[in-house]
Design a protein around this ligand. Structure first.
Ligand code: URA
Length: 289
């Protein structure tokens, strides 16, 4: 496959050098990415989209009550949704009726949420940004320090790369029509202390908010970025490398998975794979009419 000049310009936009080979990489010509994002990369671009339905499971209900506790400050690390010595997560009650809330009520419910102990350490919740009727929804992991401070997802270095990736597709988070202005949300609405990995209980407490956001936005395609977004949306522990290159269905919405921008900053060679994922998402969006 040969890149057109326009595609090359887009590749430059996301930082893939113009001297990149004349086609997407395959698992035979580059090492598999580290386990933090998923092994066994699959080239997506040359394949016909394969659709895999994902059953929507109800979120795990919180236990009756358990005290909020402090959690150790460990850096975000490799591993799945669980860790060898997981921090203790205090759980509280989740607001009732999330699945029927309108946008304003949902935003308020998130802002006042005390359903897990992340509420003790957050500066503020990070609801999401963009067009509430967007054709494209981007789902990331959790706010980091800057997002916690500013109340907006993806405002740090990873966010800058995300913005370049969006720009390469003629998309933006800034004010625009729903066809161009995306909606960006995270699996977790609160920052895990010291950017540690989200814990399974935190993900399941927060999940109804994201599912309601998806139901209200009704995007034509969702781009799930990074292991936590992908694994929690698709209800799987499969690595990204095994899930990318095909289309998954969640709540009737096509989901395309790709690497997290923070991972791509550390592993720039995988930007070519991410570009193939973006192209697949663009195809899916175009096919939706
Ligand atoms: N990483 C994410 O997944 N989300 C953010 O909002 C910031 C960094």
């Amino acid at each position: 496959m040969r890149w057109s000049e326009r595609q090359r310009a887009m590749l430059r936009e996301i930082g893939i050098p113009p001297f990149w080979p004349e086609g997407p990489t395959t698992e035979t010509d580059r090492p598999a990415p580290p386990a933090t994002e998923g092994a066994a990369p699959t080239p997506a671009s040359a394949q016909a989209p394969v659709v895999t339905p994902v059953p929507v499971r109800p979120a795990v209900p919180p236990p009756a009550s358990s005290p909020a506790q402090g959690r150790p400050a460990s850096a975000r690390a490799a591993g799945g949704l669980s860790r060898a010595t997981p921090p203790e997560v205090g759980l509280g009650a989740r607001p009732a009726g999330i699945d029927t809330m309108d946008w304003a009520t949902l935003r308020e419910a998130v802002a006042g949420c005390r359903a897990c102990s992340l509420c003790e350490s957050r500066r503020q919740t990070v609801f999401g940004v963009g067009n509430p009727a967007a054709d494209w929804m981007i789902v990331g992991e959790a706010p980091g320090e800057q997002e916690d401070r500013e109340g907006e997802p993806f405002v740090g270095r990873a966010g800058q790369l995300l913005d370049r990736m969006l720009h390469a597709l003629d998309l933006t988070r800034a004010e625009a029509a729903p066809a161009r202005q995306v909606f960006i949300a995270n699996v977790l609405k609160c920052r895990p202390p010291a950017n540690r990995n989200p814990q399974p209980q935190e993900v399941s407490q927060c999940e109804p908010y994201l599912l309601r956001q998806m139901a209200l936005v009704q995007p034509k395609v969702i781009l799930a970025m990074g292991r936590f977004a992908v694994q929690s949306l698709l209800k799987t522990s499969e690595p990204i490398g095994k899930l990318r290159g095909r289309v998954h269905m969640v709540q009737g919405v096509p989901v395309v998975v790709t690497y997290h921008p923070a991972y791509l900053l550390r592993n720039p060679a995988d930007k070519a794979l991410a570009w193939a994922d973006l192209c697949l998402a663009r195809e899916v969006r175009a096919a939706a009419g």
